[in-house]
Ligand binder design. Structure first.
Ligand code: NI
Length: 227
């Protein structure tokens, strides 16, 4: 499942975060790549664990923890410390799949990447190209979102970033280990959760049928979650 999560950060938070990271020193993006994706990747990145990356990452982690749509869709167990990249001057990231296991530089976080996320930190009109293209069984999906918005997609997907031919594209990217490993199961739970929330608005939260459905949701989650 691909999901657009709007307004993860406010415009003011984006501006503040950009001021922090734009003033920092950037390095070659291949520092975080596996051997295969290093061949395809051309961009700049904030050094993992650098003060600017840690400070900006904390802002994002706080926002994610308070975002009901993210929590419902990702069922996060561990969120990898957010990383930051910048594409300009024709830079791109060719077709690849993200590494299955991610370990942070300090060794404190090691996760199975179930979900990949890109949080856009540049407005679409500030650059040309730079679409995130994610492939699934329904075809290739081009994504370019307003600053502060995020796309969540299965980390198992083939994806690429097209060349940035004007301006610069700055984003945060990271991975999530979910309580529910399988995308199909997570999607079913999400659809059920959304329907339950909507139904609650119509029939009242104390309707016995709704309480029963909510129980079923939790019992499915109990069956499938790995904690
Ligand atoms: Ni990737």
């Amino acid at each position: 499942m691909m999901l657009h999560i709007p307004d993860v950060l406010t415009k003011a938070q984006v501006a503040e975060l950009r001021a922090t990271i734009d003033a920092a020193d950037w390095v070659d993006g291949n520092e975080t790549s596996g051997a295969q994706s290093a061949l395809a990747k051309r961009n700049a990145q904030l050094p993992e664990g650098s003060p600017a990356a840690v400070a900006a990452g904390e802002t994002i982690l706080d926002a994610l923890a308070r975002n009901p749509l993210f929590v419902a869709a990702a069922l996060p167990q561990v969120v990898f410390p957010p990383l930051f990249n910048r594409y300009a001057g024709g830079e791109a990231f060719g077709l690849h799949v993200d590494n299955s296991i991610r370990q942070s530089r300090n060794g404190r976080t090691r996760i199975r990447s179930d979900l990949s996320a890109t949080l856009f930190l540049t407005e679409p009109e500030e650059y040309d190209g730079g679409e995130l293209v994610v492939e699934d069984t329904f075809g290739a999906h081009e994504v370019k979102l307003p600053a502060g918005d995020m796309i969540l997609y299965p980390a198992s997907s083939l994806h690429q970033v097209t060349p940035v031919t004007r301006g610069a594209r700055v984003s945060s990217f990271f991975w999530v280990q979910s309580l529910v490993r399988e995308d199909a199961r997570r999607e079913l739970l999400f659809q059920m959760d959304v329907a339950i929330q909507q139904l609650g608005g119509k029939v009242g939260r104390d309707a016995p049928e709704l309480i029963a459905l909510t129980g079923t949701y939790h019992n499915l989650l109990r069956m499938w979650a790995e904690v």
